[in-house]
Ligand binder design. Sequence first.
Ligand code: RIB
Ligand code: CA
Length: 316
Amino acid sequence: MTRKIIIDCDPGQDDAVALFLAFASDGELDLLGITAVGGNVPLELTQRNARMMCDIANRKETPVHAGCATPTVRPLRTAEMIHGRTGINGIDVFEPETPLQEQHAVDFIIRTLLDADDASITLVPTGPLTNIGTAIDREPAILGKVEQIVLMGGAMREGGNRTPSAEFNILVDPDAADIVFRCGRPIVQMGLDVTHQVLSTRERIERIKALDNPVADATAGMLSFFARYDTEKYTSKGAPLHDPCTLAWLIEPGLFAGKDCNVAIETQSDLTLGHTAVDFWHVTDRPINVHWIHSVDADGFYELLTARLARFGGSD
Ligand code: RIB
Ligand code: CA
C-alpha cells in the first residue's frame, strides 16, 4: 500500500534531492503534488526550481503549486549565501516544461485534504511552514485527513544554523511553525541533530556521480556546490543532506531512531526566536506532539539514496 504524500518545499539543493528520492520511490510513495514556499530563495525561484526537478526526473505530469511568498507575519529571510543566487547553484538553470498549476498551494492542500479519506495523507514539509500553517489556520477541518506530518526543521543539541538558537526553516516562520506543532496531528521531526549526521562527503558524491544518469549528475553537481559552505563553517567533511531525511524515513524508517517528546516553538523572544524547545527528558507536563529523530545509519541512508538515484538510469 503506497503512502499518499504532499511535499511542501523551498528548493534548495537538499529539497531537490528529496524530490528526486520521492520520484524514485513509486513503490512506497504516491506523490499527489508539490507545493513551493518562499524560503531558501524567493517563491518565484523555489517554484521554478521544483518544476526543473520534475523535468530532470522526467516527471512533468507532477502537479506543482506556488504558495506563500512571505511568512505569515514577518518578513522573509532567504539563504543565498548557502544555496547560491538561483537556490540550486551547481547546475545550469533552464525554463522548465513542467507547468505551474493555477491553484494556489494553500488551496491545493486544503482541497486535496478535504476530498481525502480520514488520516490518509502525509504532509512532508522541507522548508518554512508558512503554507502548512496557513492551510491549518484557514481550514482546521483538514487536520482529520492528515495521517502524519514528517518535517525537516528545528534543533536540540546542535543549536541553530541561522541564529545561535534557531534552525532556518523554523526561524523563517515561527508563527506558522507554532500552529503546526500545536495542531494535534502526529509529527515526525528531523532536526539538525540527525541531519548533521548525513554528510555529503566527496566519496559519497563521487559514488552518485558514477551512476551516470541525468538525475545523478544533477544531484552530484548540486551537492558539490552545497558542500562548500558547511565544510568551511563546521570544518566538516561535507554538507548535511537535511531534507531527504524526511523521505528516507518514509521509505526505510529502520535507518533512524527517535523518541516521543514535546517540542514547543519560541515565537516572542528576539534573542531566541524560532528556537525548538525539545523536552527530550520529559521535564515538563507539556503533551507529547513529536517523534523526535535523534540518530541515523548514515551509510545506510546514502546506500538507499544512491540505489534510488540509480533507478533513473534504468537499473534497480
Ligand atoms: O536548516 C536546513 C533547512 O533550511 C533545509 O530545509 C534547507 O533546505 C533550508 O530550507
Ligand atoms: Ca528546504
